[in-house]
Design a protein around this ligand. Structure first.
Ligand code: SAH
Ligand code: SF4
Ligand code: F3S
Length: 464
């Protein structure tokens, strides 16, 4: 097994002309992994690979993994079992398979994965995936390779320019890493220190995506509202400044950003929710817990009152804005009364949508060794109670949309013939019967029905 530093030569494994190599990529975890998988795929397509959705056909298998909760890691190892079997079957048929593990499990476990699973050829962390084609080539002669250093070179500069036909909606990573060190979270360890991409680089990528057909762009970062990129004149630009610059790209009709930390929600960004029509009226703002004692133990750096005051400031600027959030139940030492404070926060804020999780102890994080780790049954019971409340809230929010006319961006075919699925400004899925030419267009839709997770409606303008 060898570890890799910065590579200056490209010892690639590019297929011979006419030879078609297939790559199967599976993505776990957050939107940043979705974006990274897209960039890895592009890099591999440049090297002559074609994507396949059939594992058994793949010459190269890439798992882009997530380390956030124990279950996320378990899924990776269970997939690896199946991949090992497929690799052996293909071997018997005389076909080689390269297996690459990318993403946050790769970063956190490094050589341990290679040791545990002999079928793994390459382990590559989120900061090194631009080296993937080289690493695949090297693994043919050197055996297992682990590349998990935080390199000084800029992977975004090293990656090939965006080159695939984009879909209607796209992610664009503008900021990576996190310096917040919430005591439950692995991200500062797997993704490293907070880093903002240069503004010119982001604008260039956004223009390419827009020219390829993207109409809605979601700016990504583990702490996206901490963005402070440098522009061509060397001046620091806030996320609000970046959004204003992106809004000038004519083809981009909708802009969103995620995930924001309550501590980094600056006034210029809040104000933009009133002044910039391309900025969509939804905001994902995790609060994690309703009790101040738990919030302090989580090192969230905000109190429940801070969070509520922030919500008030945001709603004063744009009363129509919909909030979504992330919540953890069963943090070490959480009492029933402290859990009640979380339920109370949900009732007070009235979120349009939320993700909720049982606390999962992650090795190496401070919370994993705190006293008062709760039994699984307590966490499960609290999660059920919380999710029942959240379902009520999102059902109420969606029901309030019935009768309204929303501009809907149509993105893909529905299950039924003649049906398309689009997105409302609030990010709800909207089902409507409409001509397939509506794909990629924004059309007014009168909402006629609502469920907990989606809306249905009638298109009220002709498709051109
Ligand atoms: N950067 C974002 C989100 C990071 S991870 C933020 O700061 O909000 C996404 C969500 O996973 C977190 O908001 C949190 O709710 C959840 N999460 C993170 N670590 C967890 C853990 N150890 N157990 C359970 N949930 C966790
Ligand atoms: Fe994790 Fe906290 Fe950073 Fe979010 S802000 S990525 S929860 S450490
Ligand atoms: Fe998971 Fe890494 Fe994202 S741990 S949530 S894939 S940043």
């Amino acid at each position: 097994m060898s570890t890799s530093g910065c590579l200056h030569t490209r010892a690639t494994d590019a297929p011979e002309a006419g030879e078609r190599k297939l790559v199967y990529i599976k993505t776990f975890g957050c939107q940043m992994n979705v974006y990274d998988s897209e960039r890895m795929t592009e890099a591999l397509v440049t090297e002559g690979y074609t994507e396949t959705t059939v594992l058994e056909q793949a010459d190269l298998v890439v798992l882009n993994t997530c380390h956030i909760r124990e279950r996320a890691v378990d899924k990776v190892y269970s997939d690896l079992g199946r991949i090992r079997d497929v690799k052996h079957e293909r071997q018997r048929a005389g076909k080689a398979t390269t297996v690459a593990i990318a993403g946050c499990v790769a970063q956190a476990e490094g050589a341990e994965i290679a040791r545990r699973v002999a079928a793994v050829d390459v382990v590559v962390g989120p900061q090194s995936y631009h080296l993937l084609p080289d690493l695949i080539g090297r693994s043919k002669t050197e055996g297992q390779i682990v590349a998990t250093e935080f390199l000084d070179d800029d992977k975004f500069t090293a990656l090939p320019a965006r080159n695939r036909r984009a879909s209607t909606a796209a992610f664009l990573t503008v900021q990576e890493g996190c310096d917040k060190f919430c005591t439950f979270c692995v991200v500062p360890y797997t993704r490293g220190a907070e880093l903002s991409r240069p503004v010119a680089q982001i604008l260039d990528e956004a223009r390419k995506l827009a020219a390829g057909g993207v109409r809605e762009m979601t700016l990504l970062g583990q702490n996206v509202n901490a963005f402070h990129g440098v522009d061509a004149d060397g001046n620091e630009v806030s996320l609000a400044g970046l959004i204003k610059a992106l809004a000038l790209i004519p083809e981009l009709e909708r802009l969103r950003y995620t995930t924001s930390h309550p501590r980094d929600m600056r006034d210029d960004l809040i104000a933009l929710h009133a002044s910039e029509p391309k900025l969509m009226p939804n905001l994902h703002l995790p609060f994690q817990a309703g009790s101040d004692r738990i919030l302090a133990a989580m090192n969230r750096k905000h109190t429940a009152a801070d969070y509520l005051a922030l919500v008030q400031r945001i709603r004063a600027v744009n009363p129509a804005l919909a909030l979504s959030t992330d919540i953890i139940v069963g943090f070490p030492g959480e009492t029933e009364a402290e859990f009640e404070a979380t339920l109370q926060m949900v009732r007070t804020v009235q979120f349009a949508q939320a993700y909720s999780f049982k606390y999962s102890a992650r090795a190496g994080t401070p919370a994993a060794t705190m006293d008062g780790q709760l039994p699984e049954a307590v966490k499960t019971e609290r999660l059920h109670r919380l999710q029942a409340l959240l379902a009520e809230e999102s059902t109420r929010f969606n029901a309030g949309c019935v009768g309204k006319v929303f501009p809907v961006l149509f993105e893909k075919a529905g299950r039924r013939a003649g049906q398309l699925i689009g997105r409302s400004p609030y990010l709800q899925s909207v089902y409507a019967d409409v001509d397939v030419r509506a794909l990629g267009q924004i059309l007014p839709v009168q909402i006629s029905a609502a469920g907990p997770n989606s809306l249905a409606g009638v298109v009220c303008a002709p498709v051109v």
